[in-house]
Design a protein around this ligand. Structure first.
Ligand SMILES: NC(=O)c1ccc[n+]([C@@H]2O[C@H](COP(=O)([O-])OP(=O)(O)OC[C@H]3O[C@@H](n4cnc5c(N)ncnc54)[C@H](O)[C@@H]3O)[C@@H](O)[C@H]2O)c1
Length: 130
């Protein structure tokens, strides 16, 4: 079983969450918006009918989704971490740096950026390859 950790659960984060759940992954999410969990669970429930039609992986379940209280808690145990915060470079740099500091070694960290370069996104990350 694999775990996706999702930081930022808006339009794109919820898409990642739905796909990962449909593929039988465990998902741990973090988003500071007070209504984030309610919004995400409604999004996933709505998407689930279409995902069922496409075919769910064995063991796939919406019950594999959990929300964490902090970013640091959300990334524990992750095989893949996906950042999906708004498209503002200083914010993405801050969040990616925090993810990098909290993540275990060798975990792949992805960004759903629309256009920033990896070199700029990871400038404050200590574990990123040079
Ligand atoms: N919407 C699209 O069609 C689209 C397509 C491709 C790429 N993208 C990119 O995906 C990224 C996310 O876009 P979106 O449309 O999902 O935005 P969105 O505004 O729907 O969602 C952003 C989420 O990030 C959360 N957030 C804000 N600050 C945070 C923090 N400090 N920690 C954790 N979460 C935080 C917000 O509460 C919100 O839920 C952007 O970089 C965007 O450019 C968007």
């Amino acid at each position: 079983m694999s775990q996706l950790s999702v930081v930022g659960t808006g339009v794109i984060g919820n898409g990642w969450i739905s796909r990962a759940l449909a593929n039988g992954w465990d998902v741990v999410a973090f988003d500071p918006a007070p209504d984030a969990e309610v919004r995400t669970r409604a999004f996933v429930a709505n998407a689930w009918h279409a995902l069922e039609k496409d075919g769910l992986a064995e063991g796939a379940s919406v019950d594999r989704l959990r929300f964490a209280a902090t970013l640091e808690e959300a990334v524990v145990g992750a095989d893949l971490i996906q950042e999906n915060v708004p498209e503002r470079l200083p914010l993405k740099q801050e969040i990616l740096s925090a993810i990098d500091a909290a993540a275990e070694e060798h975990v792949v960290i992805g960004s759903s950026t629309s256009g920033f370069k990896p070199t700029d996104l990871q400038q404050d990350c200590k574990k990123a390859p040079g």
